[in-house]
Design a protein around this ligand. Structure first.
Ligand code: NDP
Length: 295
C-alpha cells in the first residue's frame, strides 16, 4: 500500500495564512508591524535564493523585511556592530544571520551576539538551553516544521519510538528535544551508529537529516511508520540538468511507510513558514502580547 504523502507545501501555506491574519490584527489593533532583519554575508548562490524567498514571504505576510547584504570580506567587528544596531532597533523583532558565514567569521560568536528575544532561528545558547530544559523559547524552524508534520500524520505522539538520523545543532538535536517534549522515546543516530538500518526499523517516526542522497532505503522503514525527510541533495539529472532529492529512497519507502514527506515540497516549505511564525511570536513578546497559536 502506498503511504499518505505529507504535503508540506500545503501545511506551510496554511501557517503563512494564519500568520498573515494575525499580523493584520496586530497592525489594526496595536499599530504594530512585525519586522524581520536578514543578514547575508557574501554571495553564496544557494543562500541568495533562500534570502530572496524569505524576503518575498515576509512581505506577503504583511511584515517589514530588512535586508542587509554585506561583502564576502566583511570583518567580525563590522558584522557585530550591525547586529548590535539591529538588537537595539525597535522596528526589528527578528534577526536571522544566513549561514554558513565566510571562514574569517566566527559563527558561534555571531549567533550568540543576537539578542535571544530576537533570535528567530533559535540557535542562541539561551534558546538552546531553554528548549532543552522545557522552558518557552524561540524554536529552530526546520525541527519545528518536522514536528508539525509528524503531529499531522500521527496525532498525539506520546509513546512513539522516534529515530532521528543526524545530530546537527540546527536539525537533529533540537528535533530530539521537541519530540522528547511530545513524549516520544527518542534515538539520535549518526555516522558512528552501528547497524543503522536495524535502528531505523524500530522507528514509528523516522527522520532523516543527513545530507546523503537516498541513504535510507525502503527496507529500513517499519511498515506504517511516519517518514520525515529533511535532506536536500542536488544530483545530476542527466541532459546537463540537476534535481533535488532527499535522504530517503522515496519510491521504495513510500511502499512501506504509513506517511512520508516528499523532497521537494515536504519539510523545505515549512522552514520559512515557521520563521515567519517565530518573528510574529517575537514581536508579540516584545510588546507584552500573548504568543500566537498557529499550528
Ligand atoms: P550536518 O552535515 O550538519 O549533519 C549531518 C548529520 O548526518 C551528522 O550528524 C552526521 O553524523 C550524519 N551522517 C552523515 N553521514 C552519515 C551516515 N552515512 N550515516 C548516518 N549518519 C550520517 O547536516 P544538517 O543537519 O545541517 O543538514 C542535513 C540535511 O538536511 C542536509 O541535506 C541539509 O541540506 C538539509 N537541511 C534542510 C533544511 C530544510 O529546510 N529542509 C534545513 C536544514 C538542513 P556525524 O555527526 O557523526 O558526522
Amino acid at each position: 500500500m502506498s503511504a499518505q504523502i505529507l504535503d508540506g507545501k500545503a501545511v506551510a501555506a496554511e501557517i503563512r495564512e494564519k500568520v498573515a491574519a494575525q499580523v493584520a490584527a496586530l497592525k489594526s489593533g496595536h499599530g504594530l508591524t512585525p519586522g524581520l532583519a536578514v543578514v547575508l554575508v557574501g554571495e553564496d548562490p544557494a543562500s541568495q535564493v533562500y534570502v530572496r524567498n524569505k524576503k518575498r514571504q515576509t512581505v506577503e505576510a504583511g511584515m517589514n523585511s530588512f535586508e542587509h547584504v554585506l561583502d564576502a570580506g566583511t570583518g567580525q567587528d563590522e558584522l557585530l556592530a550591525l547586529i548590535d544596531r539591529l538588537n537595539n532597533d525597535p522596528a526589528v523583532h527578528g534577526i536571522l544571520v544566513q549561514l554558513p558565514l565566510p571562514g574569517q567569521l566566527d559563527e558561534d560568536l555571531v549567533i550568540n551576539a543576537i539578542n535571544p528575544a530576537k533570535d528567530v532561528d533559535g540557535f542562541h545558547l539561551e534558546n538552546v538551553g531553554r528548549l532543552s530544559t522545557g522552558q518557552d523559547s524561540l524554536v529552530p524552524c526546520t525541527p519545528a516544521g518536522c514536528r508539525i508534520l509528524a503531529r499531522r500524520a500521527l496525532g498525539d505522539l506520546t509513546g512513539k519510538e522516534a529515530v532521528i538520523v543526524g545530530r546537527s545543532n540546527i536539525v537533529g538535536k533540537p528535533l530530539a528535544q521537541l519530540l522528547l517534549a511530545d513524549n516520544c522515546t527518542v534515538t539520535i543516530a549518526h555516522s558512528r551508529t552501528r547497524n543503522l538500518a536495524d535502528v531505523c526499523r524500530r522507528a514509528d517516526i523516522l527522520v532523516a537529516a543527513v545530507g546523503r542522497a537516498e541513504l535510507v532505503r525502503g527496507d529500513w522503514v517499519k511498515p506504517g511508520a511516519c517518514v520525515i525527510d529533511v535532506g536536500i541533495n542536488r544530483i545530476d539529472a542527466g541532459n546537463g540538468k540537476t534535481r533535488l532529492i532527499g535522504d530517503v529512497a522515496f519510491d521504495e519507502a513510500k511502499e512501506v511507510a504509513g506517511s512520508i514527506t516528499p523532497v521537494p515540497g515536504g519539510v523545505g516549505p515549512m522552514t520559512i513558514a515557521l520563521l515567519l511564525a517565530n518573528t510574529l511570536t517575537a514581536a508579540c513578546a516584545a510588546n507584552g502580547l500573548p504568543a500566537p497559536t498557529l499550528s
